[in-house]
Write a new protein. Structure first.
Ligand code: HEC
Length: 322
């Protein structure tokens, strides 16, 4: 008697990888089955993102939309969908977005998808401006900046209109800001203890100074702590001389998709890029890459001191310069 074969994800994987798509329907079914172990579904999603067979796209979108998909699966599925070339992805994802925005990781992966191509950005902007179902507050500075970097068409202008606070300062504005902070620091005494808290809040997610802090930026312990001009320059203008080893690259694929991040590995004809502030990394075969360049922009945001009042500016620098 004919016995239905148990679906075997490794079998699918091998077949799909070798270009045999005859089991694709079954693989897609397996993706939908909630009783499948999560790691099996994650691996399949990842594989489908790498191979990009057209019929898998609706299933991946459904997975993102489904209320019963775990967040990690949605995130992986968004990452996979991002790699497909279908021109309707932007609109479809904009329609799905309001239902998935509650989970920060899922939301930010979706925003990275919108920022990956001009047509997708346009669909996202239309949903913000026209339907108002998407809130511009969902987009943190570092992700808003990505839209500015899509050079084509009117995308950067629209980004500027939606997130004026993410616009880069002009050289003149920077000079004025540095002079103004310098006056503030010199006009009174700061409290170094309060300043340490401010440092941890404002800078500590990326930098270490003395003890505690992140490693996205250089460890600032041991830097010359007496030179106010140095600290002000690099705080107001992070792009003034980017420290070696902290550069960001921009890759454009032949299909016009852009990927930003740190080039972590470049070997065997494949580049591995990791977003510096979290999110899914990506391996790209050189054959898919049209162009890669090193950006002269730092991932350290501008305007970090703007939320601080004068006393807080004095406190912060009392700590830094202590
Ligand atoms: C989102 C992460 C992030 C935050 C927040 C951040 N920085 Fe940075 N910072 C970096 C990165 C990455 C670099 C290295 C690239 C560069 O030189 O711009 C850097 C560079 C610097 C440098 C220059 C170091 C060098 O060796 O050239 C200074 C000084 C600095 N940051 C100070 C600060 C201070 C002060 C704050 C808080 C007010 C702050 N940073 C907040 C990521 C960050």
């Amino acid at each position: 008697m004919f016995r239905k074969k148990e679906p075997n994800s490794q079998g699918f994987e091998l077949a799909l990888r070798s270009g045999d798509f005859s089991n694709l329907d079954e693989a897609i079914d397996m993706l939908r089955e909630e009783e499948q172990p999560l790691n099996v579904r994650l691996r399949l999603v990842h594989l489908l993102g790498e191979l990009r067979p057209e019929p898998a796209l609706p299933a991946l979108l459904a997975l993102i939309q489904s209320g019963s998909s775990p967040g990690s699966l949605k995130q992986e599925a968004i990452h996979a969908v991002k790699k497909f070339d279908d021109p309707e992805i932007g609109e479809k994802m904009a329609a799905i977005y309001p239902g998935i925005r509650a989970d920060t990781y899922v939301r930010e992966e979706a925003i990275r998808l919108f920022a990956s191509r001009p047509d997708r950005a346009a669909a996202f902007f239309a949903a913000i401006r026209e339907s108002k179902v998407i809130h511009k507050e969902d987009v943190p500075y570092s992700l808003a900046r990505r839209f500015y970097m899509l050079e084509e068409e009117s995308i950067p202008e629209m980004a500027e209109e939606i997130w004026p606070e993410s616009k880069l300062l002009t050289a003149k504005e920077k000079t004025e800001a540095i002079a103004s902070y310098k006056r503030q620091v010199r006009s009174g005494k700061g409290d170094a203890l309060a300043g340490r808290q401010l440092f941890l809040q404002t800078c500590g997610s990326c930098h270490r100074l003395d003890t505690g802090g992140g490693n996205i930026g250089p460890d600032l312990t041991g830097y010359d702590r007496s030179d106010l001009d140095y600290w002000l320059l690099h705080t107001v203008d992070p792009h003034a001389g980017i420290r070696e080893g902290f550069e960001t690259v921009e890759i454009e694929t032949h299909t016009g998709r852009k990927i930003w991040g740190k080039l972590e590995k470049d070997e065997g004809g494949t580049k591995y890029i990791r977003p510096p502030l979290g999110g899914k990394g990506e391996s790209l075969p050189d054959s898919e890459i049209r162009e890669m360049r090193i950006l002269d922009l730092s991932i350290m945001p501008e305007r970090l001191l703007e939320p601080l009042n004068e006393q807080q500016v004095r406190d912060l620098f009392a700590y830094i310069l202590k």
